[in-house]
Write a protein that binds this ligand. Sequence first.
Ligand SMILES: *[C@@H]1O[C@H](CO)[C@@H](O)[C@H](O)[C@H]1NC(C)=O
Ligand SMILES: *[C@@H]1O[C@H](CO)[C@@H](O)[C@H](O)[C@H]1NC(C)=O
Ligand SMILES: *[C@@H]1O[C@H](CO)[C@@H](O)[C@H](O)[C@H]1NC(C)=O
Ligand SMILES: *[C@@H]1O[C@H](CO)[C@@H](O)[C@H](O)[C@H]1NC(C)=O
Length: 580
Amino acid sequence: MLLWILLLETSLCFAAGNVTGDVCKEKICSCNEIEGDLHVDCEKKGFTSLQRFTAPTSQFYHLFLHGNSLTRLFPNEFANFYNAVSLHMENNGLHEIVPGAFLGLQLVKRLHINNNKIKSFRKQTFLGLDDLEYLQADFNLLRDIDPGAFQDLNKLEVLILNDNLISTLPANVFQYVPITHLDLRGNRLKTLPYEEVLEQIPGIAEILLEDNPWDCTCDLLSLKEWLENIPKNALIGRVVCEAPTRLQGKDLNETTEQDLCPLKNRVDSSLPAPPAQEETFAPGPLPTPFKTNGQEDHATPGSAPNGGTKIPGNWQIKIRPTAAIATGSARNKPLANSLPCPGGCSCDHIPGSGLKMNCNNRNVSSLADLKPKLSNVQELFLRDNKIHSIRKSHFVDYKNLILLDLGNNNIATVENNTFKNLLDLRWLYMDSNYLDTLSREKFAGLQNLEYLNVEYNAIQLILPGTFNAMPKLRILILNNNLLRSLPVDVFAGVSLSKLSLHNNYFMYLPVAGVLDQLTSIIQIDLHGNPWECSCTIVPFKQWAERLGSEVLMSDLKCETASRSQHPPSYLISSIVSNFL
Ligand SMILES: *[C@@H]1O[C@H](CO)[C@@H](O)[C@H](O)[C@H]1NC(C)=O
Ligand SMILES: *[C@@H]1O[C@H](CO)[C@@H](O)[C@H](O)[C@H]1NC(C)=O
Ligand SMILES: *[C@@H]1O[C@H](CO)[C@@H](O)[C@H](O)[C@H]1NC(C)=O
Ligand SMILES: *[C@@H]1O[C@H](CO)[C@@H](O)[C@H](O)[C@H]1NC(C)=O
C-alpha cells in the first residue's frame, strides 16, 4: 500500500515533467568542451536548488554555478552531479551548508565558495569531498571554524580564507590536512600559536598573513620563530604589528625577542602609549598626500612617510582573487605564441576562459599604449606605472574585466563614464594615486563591483550618490585620505560589510542619514581621525557602543576638546555623556 502511494507520487511528479532535467541535454546550461575538459556552465540561471537537475553521467566536467541563488545547501544537494571535478559556487548568497551537502562529490578537486555569506564551518561541513585539494572561501563572513571542519579533507593543500572575520584558528584544525598554501590575509588574527596549529602544517610552501591586527607580544614569538624556519620566500607580504602601540607599524621580522617579551616588571606593554607618541596621528596642517616627490616616488614597502600610518606592502600579492597561490597552478598555462601579449606585459590563461594580463611596473604611461588589444582579458594588472589619467575610450576593449588594478600610479583624472562598459568588474584597485573627488559619474557602469580600494589618495570630497552607481559594493577602502565629511545618504544605495575610514580628518560623522545606513556592516575602522569630543559626539558615541568592539576595529580617541576638558587621546568610550 505504502509503496503504491510512493509510486503514484513519483508518477505524478513525472507527469509534471520536472523531476529532473539534464542541464546539458535540455540546454538549461551551456555545455562545451574547452581544452579537452567539459565545462557545464550554469552561471546566473536563478537556481535556488539543484534537486530537479542532473548532469552528464558518462563524462567528467567542471561545474560552474556562480551567480545563482543557492543560499542553503542541504544533504545530498549534489547527488546528481557526482561526475563533477570542480565546483564553482561564488556569489550565491550562500549562508548555510548543512553537513552532508557535498556527499557524493568524491571527484571534486577544487571547490570555490568565495564571495558568499558563510559564517561558520562546522564539523563535517566538507564531508564527502574525499579528493579535495583546493578550497577557496575568501570574502565570506567566516568567524567560527570548528576544530573538525577540515578533518575529512585529507588531500587539501590549498586553503584560501582571506577577507573573513577569523580571529582564532582552533587547535588541531589542520591535524589531518596536508596544507602547503594558506591565505589568511584580511582577517582579525592577533596571534597564531605554534602548538596545535603551526606545528601541524610542516609542508607549508606559501603563507599570506597581511592585514591582520597582530598583537606583538610574547605570544607572537613562536610565530616569528616559525616564520624564520619555514622555507625562504614562503611568507608572502608582511606581518605588521598593530599592538602594542610602541611597536605599531613595525614588521614582526624586525622585532626582537626583547621587544615582544619585555621584562615582566616593566609597564604593561599593551597599555596605550602616552599622548606624546600619538602625535603621529595629529592632523595639524593637512599633510601632503602620500606621494609628494614626483613620479619616481614609489611607495617603499615598510616605510612610513606619514608617521604612524602604514604603507601598502607588496601589492602584487594583495590582489585577492588570484592570490599568489594560483601561480603554482598548472592551470595557468603560458599563452600560445600565436596570441601576442602587449609589449612588456605577460599574459596567462586563468581557470575558466579568460586571460590574466600583468603589466605591473612596466613604465606604462597610458592604457592607450597597450597594443595589440586582447579582447578576453579578465584580470588586468597595471600597478606601479605612470598612468595619470583614464578615460572611457581606454576600456572599450576590456569589456570582460573582472579585476582591474591601477594602484600606485599618478591618476588624478578619471573621465566621467570611464568604467561604463565594465559591467562584470568586481574588484577595482585605485589606491595610491592622486584622486581628489569621487562622484557617481566617475564610477557609472560598475553594477557588479564588490570591492573598491581608493586608500592613500588625496580624496577631500565624496559627492552625494557616488556609491549608488555600485549597488553590489561590499568592501570600501577609503583610509588615508583627506576626508572631513560624508554627504547625507551616501551609503543609502549600498550594503557595505567592510568600511575603512581610518586616518582621515573626520572630527564628526552624523549618525542620522549617514552611519545609520550601514545596516550590514560587520567591520568598520575609524581610528586616526581627530574626533571632536563636544556635545555633538554623543549620538556617534552611542552608535559606536551599539556596534560593539566586534565590529568597530579600534578605539576612538578625542582629538580636539573645544568645549570639554577631555585631554586629547581620551578614549571616546570612556566619556560620560553628562560631561560633554
Ligand atoms: C518545468 O520547469 C521549467 C523551468 O522551470 C518550466 O518552464 C516548465 O513549464 C516546467 N514544466 C512543467 C511541465 O511544469
Ligand atoms: C622583513 O620583511 C620585509 C617584508 O618582507 C622585508 O622587506 C625586510 O627586509 C625584512 N627585514 C628583515 C630584517 O629581514
Ligand atoms: C619610460 O617611458 C618614458 C616614455 O614614456 C621614457 O622616456 C623612459 O626612458 C622610460 N623609462 C624606462 C626606465 O624605461
Ligand atoms: C561629469 O559629470 C558631472 C556631474 O554630472 C558634471 O558636472 C561634469 O561637468 C562632467 N564632466 C565632464 C567633463 O563632462
